[in-house]
Write a protein that binds this ligand. Structure first.
Ligand SMILES: Nc1ncnc2c1ncn2[C@@H]1O[C@H](COP(=O)(O)OP(=O)(O)OP(=O)(O)O)[C@@H](O)[C@H]1O
Length: 597
């Protein structure tokens, strides 16, 4: 349960954040809200002048064109005009302010995320947290509006109470009448917060089923397995469950609000009766004071609504501020200045969080520049983990990973990554043009450079790209209407071209050729292995055939590096590699035998 003091501190932090990041715009907005807070007072004052003077004119007690009635009419016109003008000015201002606040907080979140360790960002804990963080980031712009609205309501109430002192005690009765509404609204808001939390995972599931039914990548499996009925029923059931929960909640809220309204009306009625019973009041005085009381009541109700809303908006903000305070992965200041010549794994151990089995177990090996290294092993043997440790994405839990004799985790990551080009099995498919996918530039109409064409030729996509109407400027993916989808193999070749475009000392490919046809794979692999004899090339592959040409083969089994050597040596060893090689060779040989028989 949040205490008032804690709430005020949190509110102060939020408002401070908003003011710090919007300064002048916030000040202008504040001025607009303060000015508009006085409008009801001017409005009611003008109205009561008109009523009082009008009453005299109707009763023939005054000149027809008494200056006071004119003054009242002009004041009323000015009040209405200024109100409209302030509203007009507030709209664009609110839009710019909201944009600035949202962008600022999102930039902070993005910046923070980039400073967290890869291991943490990859975890499900982080994924859940970041969802909540963005949810609040979206709420923050509303907070400034609600705060200024509260200030405006206070100005409305205070100005009217001071301006119409005769209704001071009556305003108090109205306030008491609004009390049940305040308590009930507070309760409703709390229940809504609980309900929102309760249905979050159901809503996620609902979205998931909707995606299964509508997203293009799910269509194939849905049709082939006849899953439409199953998914639709699941989606309908969960949608109905959420709908039922919210409908019941809305019905209960309406019932509670009704009791709140009764309190409101009762307070106003009592105030009117007491006003009527007042001996000094005349007809015009009664009318103008009842209008003032109505304006005060509107101010109180707006105040209550905004106070309840602001409480809800501030409730979740700990998630964001805690996130922004989270411990960062410290970036070492030591730059890697000279080219990478050597990697050394010295008794390296690594176990993933939540796992009891070592993904890498006492790994010792040295890789040198100019070498072509192929890493093989069965599923889950530790091949990708080895690459990630080499890149310094995980901290060593035992032993050392050295680059040019320096521990990888003491090197500045940016300077280190600049010298390595890596393409993972799950590479990204960017909704950019082909040229932008290869070179990652911001230019909209990039002209293919000689280097780009060379990389495209080496990965076998140049002729295909040239056959497209927009060539290298062809937009990819259906995310944009004019974008086209391409085959898995074509995507892979584009990703490989991107990897080759990057000037680096070390090129790593972790199974990026699985979608390629055997001829294309062999051609790309040959070119890859023969490119720039000074650089180091590391390939992770399940196809043992590729390893025959490698300078060094690393064989992993259950996290252990069980064999290291060239093809000839490992075949002679008759160990794990030889078994893998023979098993794959047998597959082709028996197919051939099968064909001939
Ligand atoms: N993020 C992770 N969290 C927890 N365990 C993981 C994670 N990634 C991999 N593992 C586990 O670590 C072990 C080694 O995984 P790794 O991805 O290195 O194997 P691999 O040899 O590359 O497998 P594959 O050939 O299937 O890609 C496996 O048992 C795997 O289940």
């Amino acid at each position: 349960m949040i205490t008032t003091k804690k709430f005020l501190i949190k509110l102060y932090h939020n408002i401070f954040f908003i003011i710090k990041n919007t300064k002048t715009l916030f000040a202008i907005s504040l001025l607009f809200y303060v000015l508009s807070g006085f409008i009801p007072y001017i409005h009611v004052t003008a109205l009561s002048t008109i009523i009082r003077e009008g009453d005299k004119i109707v009763g023939n007690n005054a000149d027809v064109m008494d200056t006071r009635i004119l003054y009242g009419i002009i004041m009323l016109a000015i009040a209405i005009l200024v109100d409209r003008l302030l509203l007009l000015g507030q709209m664009p201002l609110a839009s710019v302010l909201s944009y600035q606040i949202k962008t600022k907080i999102e930039c902070l979140i993005v910046e923070k995320t980039s400073k967290l360790s890869y291991e943490y960002v990859e975890s499900s804990t982080f994924q859940t947290k970041i969802q909540a963080v963005y949810k609040f980031a979206n709420q923050l712009p509303n907070l400034y509006k609600t705060t200024l609205q509260i200030l405006k309501s206070v100005i409305i109430m205070v100005s009217l109470m001071i301006g119409f002192q005769g209704c001071f005690y009556l305003a108090f009765i109205i306030m008491v009448g609004c009390l049940p509404k305040f308590l009930l609204s507070y309760r409703i808001r709390k229940k809504q917060h609980e309900l929102d939390l309760h249905v979050t995972s159901d809503q996620r599931l609902q979205e998931y089923y909707k995606e299964l039914l509508t997203k293009s990548q799910n269509v194939k499996e849905k049709q082939l397995f006849g899953l439409k009925g199953l998914f639709t029923t699941r989606w309908e059931n969960i949608s109905y469950y959420i709908h039922k929960k919210y409908t019941l909640f809305r019905y209960k809220s309406l019932r509670l609000n009704f009791f709140g309204d009764i309190g409101d009306i009762t307070g106003y009625m009592i105030a009117l009766v007491l006003l009527l019973l007042s001996p000094s009041i005349d007809g015009a005085g009664f009318l103008s004071l009842s209008v003032a009381l109505m304006a005060i009541q509107n101010g109180i109700n707006a105040f209550i609504g905004d106070c309840i809303a602001i409480r809800g908006q501030v409730l979740d903000d700990d998630v964001v501020y805690d996130f922004l305070k989270e411990q960062e992965d410290i970036q070492p200041s030591c730059d890697l200045k000279e080219p990478i010549t050597k990697f050394t794994f010295d008794h390296v151990n690594f176990t993933y969080k939540g796992s009891s089995v070592r993904a890498l177990d006492d790994v010792n090996v040295t890789l040198n520049s100019g070498e072509t290294v192929v890493i093989v092993g069965e599923n889950g043997a530790g091949k990708t983990t080895f690459i990630k440790m080499l890149l310094g994405l995980y901290p060593c839990q035992g032993g050392k990973v050295l680059c040019n004799n320096q521990p990888v985790n003491t090197l500045n990551r940016d300077s280190y990554f600049r010298r390595i080009s890596t393409i993972f099995q799950h590479y990204n498919k960017y909704p950019f043009t082909i040229a932008q996918n290869i070179e990652m530039t911001l230019e909209e109409e990039a002209k293919p450079t000689e280097d780009m064409i060379l990389c495209a030729k080496e990965t076998g996509i140049h002729d295909w790209v040239c056959s497209l109407p927009n060539g290298y400027n062809t937009l990819l993916t259906h995310l944009r209407t004019e974008g086209i989808e391409v085959s898995g193999g074509e995507w892979q070749k584009i990703a490989i071209a991107r990897g080759q475009m990057k000037p680096a000392d070390v090129f790593i490919m972790d199974e990026p050729t699985a979608s390629l046809d055997p001829l294309m794979e062999a051609e790309i692999m040959n070119k890859f292995m023969n490119m720039d004899s000074r650089s180091m090339k590391i390939i992770v592959s399940h196809r043992v055939g590729i390893a025959t040409k490698a300078d060094k083969i690393l064989v992993f089994k259950k996290g252990k590096l069980v064999e290291v050597g060239c093809h000839k040596e490992l075949i002679q060893n008759k160990g794990v590699y030889a078994q893998l090689y023979e098993a794959q060779a047998k597959w082709y040989t028996s197919s051939k035998e099968g064909e001939s028989s």
